[in-house]
Write a protein that binds this ligand. Structure first.
Ligand SMILES: NC(=O)c1ccc[n+]([C@@H]2O[C@H](COP(=O)([O-])OP(=O)(O)OC[C@H]3O[C@@H](n4cnc5c(N)ncnc54)[C@H](OP(=O)(O)O)[C@@H]3O)[C@@H](O)[C@H]2O)c1
Length: 278
């Protein structure tokens, strides 16, 4: 087979971004980047499942309800999911397909991630393994469970083009080494994730496109783990001289999730105010 072609490339361009009738799953969708991605996908027309891990269930349900209410009551549902567990991820993906997608899934955003600062010489084994368990293994379990659904849908369609999209939230840390923070494990995990995305883009080309988004400094709780004084140093290193609000990323995810990016697979979309350029 070939990469699924755009169903109607000559249609007016804004129609290329529409996600009406699609079902999306966003891991880590109750705060930060994932929350804004979920909002963007829903605003573009998709039904959305969001996952949470440490967020209290009632808060997660309220977040889902508020996105739904802002989008005409379109179905948005929250699921507890620890991406470290392949079994947990598989069962959540299957529940989303049954309960949100009426038997289907179209878009998977593997966004859940953790960061920490530990000098490499002192890195404890458990912490190093834990970083990869969430940022690499967790993203893989999620993509794998979704891809099993996508392949099934593709086979059932008997040769018809299958348009599914997998998006990994990677990082500029896959490309550069941040300073002054010491985060070799985080950087290596994101570099591994980018190459995982490229590899899966080739392997799963029949039934899904796979792309990475690599953000620079985004104003979320993840930045709060670092000393506040470092912010002015980082700001000097970014040609754009400011950090990014998570909602400024949602357009890029809608682009990658939709037919607007129908010929794009295996890409690493760097969104960083120019941080990686100098
Ligand atoms: N902020 C930045 O500057 C920046 C830059 C580049 C890349 N990124 C990447 O963007 C992604 C989102 O981060 P963020 O900035 O939005 O940070 P965040 O606010 O700290 O969000 C992290 C998300 O990951 C979820 N999560 C953590 N461990 C999990 C686990 N074991 N299982 C399932 N979910 C888990 C959290 O869910 P709960 O809250 O429910 O625990 C939360 O939704 C991450 O992959 C991060 O590496 C961030």
């Amino acid at each position: 087979m070939v990469l699924a072609p755009h169903p109607n490339p000559d249609a007016p361009v804004l129609s290329h971004f529409k996600l009406d009738g699609k079902t999306a799953l966003v891991t880590g969708g109750c705060r930060g980047i994932g929350l804004e991605v979920a909002r963007g996908l829903c605003e573009a027309g998709a039904k959305v499942a969001i996952t949470y891990s440490s967020t209290p269930p009632q808060e997660a349900n309220e977040i889902a309800a508020s996105i739904s209410a802002a989008n005409g009551g379109r179905l948005v549902k929250a699921y507890k999911c620890n991406v470290r567990s392949q079994a947990d991820v598989e069962s959540v993906v299957n529940a989303v397909v049954a309960e949100v997608g009426d038997g289907r899934l179209d878009i998977l955003v593997a966004n859940a991630g953790i960061a920490e600062n530990i000098p490499a010489l002192e890195y404890p084994e458990d912490n190093f393994r834990s970083m990869f368990d969430v940022n690499v293994n967790g993203a893989f379990w999620t993509a794998q469970a979704a891809a099993r659904v996508f392949e099934r849908q593709y086979k059932a369609a008997e040769g018809e083009p299958h348009r599914a999209s997998i998006i990994f939230t990677a990082s500029v840390s896959a490309t550069l080494v941040n300073i002054p923070q010491k985060q070799a494990a985080y950087n290596a995990s994101k570099a591994a994730l980018v190459h995982l995305g490229k590899s899966l883009a080739v392997e799963w080309v029949d039934f899904a496109r796979v792309n990475n988004v690599s953000p620079g400094f985004i104003i979320t709780e993840m930045l709060d783990v670092h000393p506040y004084e470092w912010r002015s140093q980082w700001n000097e290193m970014v040609p754009g001289r400011r950090f990014c609000y998570p909602s400024e990323l949602k357009g890029a995810y809608v682009f990658l999730a939709s037919d607007a990016s129908s010929y794009m697979t295996g890409a690493d979309l760097i969104i960083d105010g120019g941080y990686t350029l100098p």
